[in-house]
Design a binder for this molecule. Structure first.
Ligand SMILES: [Zn+2]
Ligand SMILES: [Zn+2]
Length: 352
């Protein structure tokens, strides 16, 4: 390849593509996508057309953002110029200002908070009421100060798929005539060639927040997402994403490919049996949106462990692991055990 040749980027994950001599096309070493030269050119032209527009918005974001980092746990937090971050919402240690953020971290859209801080406190108190063995310090006002409105970074992808599927399908029909039963089987060679579009496949971009905790407070209503503006960050913090597109893409691709496969199978109707002999699903391009989702987040350190609590800032749905006050728990266990022993003794007496 000559130096003057244009370097193509992967239409799925934006990594640089390499020409593959045997396959006469371009492959991505990160996400293993393959493109013919024509597909590659068309997708890259489209990507470049958007680039200039995006660059300007990114520059503005870079001017107005502030990046803080936590020397204790390494978390990196984002906010606007008017909001001062003081403590890390993961480990509660002081954070230090690191400066501005590069424009590539500019979110495209945001789902604004709907649940206020007061409402979040009430939800937390209701949640605590149903749990018996909570340590007193967990319920204190000072613990509540650690509750922070956080915009969690999310990747949302739209995938363009080209699918081809071949199947042997059968139609059988039976009828009776006199003493004979007849069965007729027709066999078809069925072929599908389809262009499919998947919209809004989500994957979170923060490795520090447990995936399970985030999944527990889903779903979010993406219809309510609006174009990002710096003002939404005011009074809130956001997490700098540390899981990039190439890392997230295999998860996204799986969902898009499996979904396409199902849709194409479902399109083969009117047969009594279907045996798929070939299924090729190629992701031709992926449009990414970096989106922020609203979450009220709180961690709690107790007996050498960290507990996390989260509320969906849009719907109010909550999830978390409650810390157990082992002393309280042991006391109750001892009382129950004592009761059992007494009962056992009485039972024993009656039986003998
Ligand atoms: Zn790729
Ligand atoms: Zn920290």
């Amino acid at each position: 390849m000559s130096d003057t040749m244009q370097q193509y980027k992967c239409p799925n994950c934006a990594a640089e593509l390499r020409f593959h001599p045997n396959r006469q096309g371009f492959v991505c070493e990160y996400c293993e996508s393959f493109f013919t030269p024509e597909e590659c050119k068309a997708a890259n032209e489209q990507m470049n057309a958007h680039a200039a527009q995006i660059a300007q918005a990114q520059e503005e974001f870079s001017q107005q953002s502030q990046l803080y980092s936590c020397p204790s746990c390494g978390a990196e937090l984002i906010t606007d110029q008017n909001t001062a971050a003081t403590e890390c919402y993961y480990c509660h240690n002081p954070v230090v200002l690191k400066g501005r953020l590069s424009g590539e971290y500019r979110p495209a859209r945001v789902i604004p908070f709907k649940v206020s801080r007061e409402e979040a406190h009430n939800i937390f108190h209701e949640w605590c009421k149903k749990r018996w063995f909570l340590p007193r310090s967990f319920l204190s006002d000072s613990q509540l100060l650690h509750m922070q409105g956080v915009y969690v970074p999310f990747w949302v992808a739209d995938c363009q798929i080209h699918g081809q599927m071949r199947a042997v399908c059968k139609q059988t029909r039976s009828w009776r005539s006199g003493n004979y039963e007849y069965t007729e089987t027709k066999e078809f060679d069925v072929f599908r060639d389809a262009s499919l579009q998947f919209k809004g496949i989500p994957a979170d971009g923060a490795s520090k927040i447990e995936d399970q905790l985030m999944e527990s407070i889903e779903p979010f209503d993406y219809q309510a997402a609006v174009p990002f503006e710096m003002a939404y960050l005011s009074g809130f913090l956001s997490d700098k994403y540390d899981v990039n597109k190439s890392q997230v893409f295999p998860r996204i691709r799986n969902r898009a490919v499996n979904g396409s496969d199902q849709l194409m199978r479902a399109s083969m109707t009117g047969y009594s049996s279907i045996r798929v002999t070939q299924s090729d699903m190629q992701v031709l391009g992926t449009r990414w949106e970096y989106m922020l989702l609203p979450v009220w987040f709180m961690t709690y350190q107790y007996a050498g462990r960290q507990y996390s609590f989260a509320i969906n800032g849009q719907s109010g749905k909550q999830a978390g692991t409650p810390p157990l006050n082992t002393a309280k728990l042991l006391l109750v266990c001892a009382a129950v055990a004592l009761g059992c022993t007494i009962l056992g003794t009485i039972g024993g007496l009656i039986l003998s």
